[in-house]
Design a protein around this ligand. Structure first.
Ligand code: FPP
Length: 235
C-alpha cells in the first residue's frame, strides 16, 4: 500500500465567495468550516495520514476586529462540534501556532480537544491558528533546534487562484509538490481533493537526486532517452 501522505491546505477565498453573493465575509468562513469538515472526514480514505490546514495566520490579526472575533468564535464552535466527530472518525486533532495570544477559554478548549482525540489513529488533523512559519523557525533556532512539530509536507494545496505560501510551513515544504485551483475554499469538494492527490501521484519527486529508471518511466522523463527521438516516436 502507498505511504500515507501529509497534505497541507491554504484555505483561501472565503471572503470572495461571500462577497460575490453580497453576503458578509463571515458567512464565507462558516461555509469554509463546513468544507473543512467534509474534507477532513474524507481524507483518511484517500490515503492522507496528516492534514494540516491554515486556519488563522499571525498576520490575520490585522483584519477588522469583527472578523477576527467571528473567526475565533468559529474555531471554538468547530472544536465543540468536531471533537466528538473526530473521535468517531479516528482523527487526532492538534493545533499548531502560538497559544499565548488566544483567549484563555479557546486555549483551554484546544487542550481538551487534543486530549480527547489523542487516540485517533487514522489521521492527524492539524489546525494552524495564530501561526507564522517564520516565528516557528526563529523560535526553534533560538533553542538551537530545527522546527520539529510538523512533518514534511508531500502535497501543498492552495485555493482561490493564489499561488504563494504566505508564511505557512516554509520549512516543512522544502520538497512539497504544489497544486492550485481557482475554486474558492467554500466551493472546494472531495472530488477536488481526489484530483489533487491523483495528480500528485503522477509527479516524479527527485529530492535533488537522479531518479531510478523505473521512477521516471511513468512520465516519460527517462534521462537515457534521446528527447528528439522521443518526440518523433510520440508524434
Ligand atoms: C482565507 O480566506 C481564509 C481564512 C483567513 C480563514 C480560514 C478559516 C476557515 C476556513 C474557517 C474554518 C476553520 C476552522 C478551523 C473552523 P480569505 O478570508 O482571506 O478570503 P479572501 O482572500 O477571498 O478575502
Amino acid at each position: 500500500m502507498a505511504r500515507k501522505l501529509h497534505v497541507a491546505i491554504i484555505m483561501d477565498g472565503n471572503g470572495r465567495w461571500a462577497s460575490e453573493r453580497g453576503w458578509p465575509r463571515l458567512e464565507g468562513h462558516r461555509r469554509g468550516a463546513a468544507t473543512l469538515r467534509a474534507i477532513a472526514e474524507a481524507a483518511p480514505g484517500l490515503g492522507v495520514g496528516e492534514l494540516t490546514v491554515y486556519a488563522f495566520s499571525s498576520d490575520n490579526w490585522k483584519r477588522p476586529a469583527e472578523e477576527v472575533s467571528g473567526l475565533m468564535r468559529l474555531f471554538a464552535g468547530y472544536l465543540e462540534s468536531e471533537t466528538r466527530r473526530c473521535v468517531e472518525h479516528g482523527i487526532r486533532l492538534r493545533v499548531e501556532g502560538r497559544r499565548d495570544r488566544l483567549e484563555a477559554p479557546l486555549a483551554a478548549a484546544i487542550g481538551r480537544s487534543e486530549d480527547s482525540t489523542a487516540g485517533g489513529k487514522r489521521m492527524t488533523l492539524r489546525l494552524a491558528v495564530d501561526y507564522s512559519s517564520r516565528h516557528a523557525i526563529a523560535e526553534a533556532a533560538r533553542r538551537g533546534k530545527t522546527p520539529g512539530a510538523v512533518p514534511d509536507v508531500d502535497l501543498m494545496i492552495r485555493t482561490a487562484g493564489e499561488q504563494r505560501l504566505s508564511d505557512f510551513l516554509l520549512w516543512e515544504s522544502a520538497y512539497a509538490e504544489f497544486w492550485f485551483t481557482r475554486k474558492t475554499w467554500p466551493e472546494f469538494s472531495v472530488p477536488d481533493l481526489e484530483l489533487a492527490i491523483s495528480e500528485f501521484r503522477l509527479r516524479v519527486r527527485k529530492f535533488g537526486a537522479i531518479p531510478a529508471p523505473h521512477e521516471t518511466r511513468a512520465l516519460d522523463l527517462d534521462p537515457r532517452r534521446d528527447p528528439l527521438a522521443a518526440i518523433a516516436a510520440d508524434s
